[in-house]
Design a protein around this ligand. Sequence first.
Ligand SMILES: [Zn+2]
Ligand SMILES: [Zn+2]
Length: 270
Amino acid sequence: MRVDLHIHTIYSDGTLTPEQIVDKAFSLKLRAIAITDHDTIEGIEPALNRAKEYSFFEVIPGIEINSFYLDEEVHILGYYIDWKSSFLRLTLKELQEERIERIKRIIEKLKKLGIEINFEDISVKASGTSIGRPHVAIALVEKKVVSSIEEAFEFYLDKGKPAYVPREKITPYYAVDIVKKSRGIAVLAHPGKVKNQSIVKSLINYGIQGIEVYHKDHDEEKVQYYKSIAAKYRLLMTGGSDCHGKPLIMGSQPVPYEYVVQLKQLKKHI
Ligand SMILES: [Zn+2]
Ligand SMILES: [Zn+2]
């Protein structure tokens, strides 16, 4: 019985609706999935509603919070969060406002480089989702400033490039706090992608409860390494495809249902 505990919907940067994801996951014979959009819970309710049409299939309410540690992105997953809590809604609204501020600053920088992009155009593209640099990249492609989204990042938006604006307010510790205050289980996402590995130990000391061992960007060596870390520090293990719609890699990681059982057991004590 496989599960997939890391999936994005159109409410962040995925291309499928929560309903499409649930239908697909069930047809793939997955036993459970977690909806883990970046900094938003909007995809959870539609997925839970759709899942009622199926038996022996679970949707776990989740989130992936983007944070920054020593100039690089660190993502914190939250499972079984109380997604209806007003604390979480207010906090996410603040994060959203910070994202908007950042996009406005990027637009200002582009303007100084002679590239005119309208904030309204970008916010329309991002409507109902977490606005971010990919939306600016799409606008740059449409304006024919660059020929691809990759080029937009390479020439303007990546760290060290002329229109880069850091987003460093949110630390991984703050992200863990948000998850815990929402009565969820905090898990370090795809640790193998993080260059500065000191964050792993630091978050364990801080009280993170789990670590993502299976991920599309983890090779077998990394899977085994993070499993050993989990065993050593008594952390829960999770895993998922990090599917964003295309390519449709949902269910591609060998994540056992046992991981969900363990998440549920911990949730009972929160
Ligand atoms: Zn991530
Ligand atoms: Zn993700």
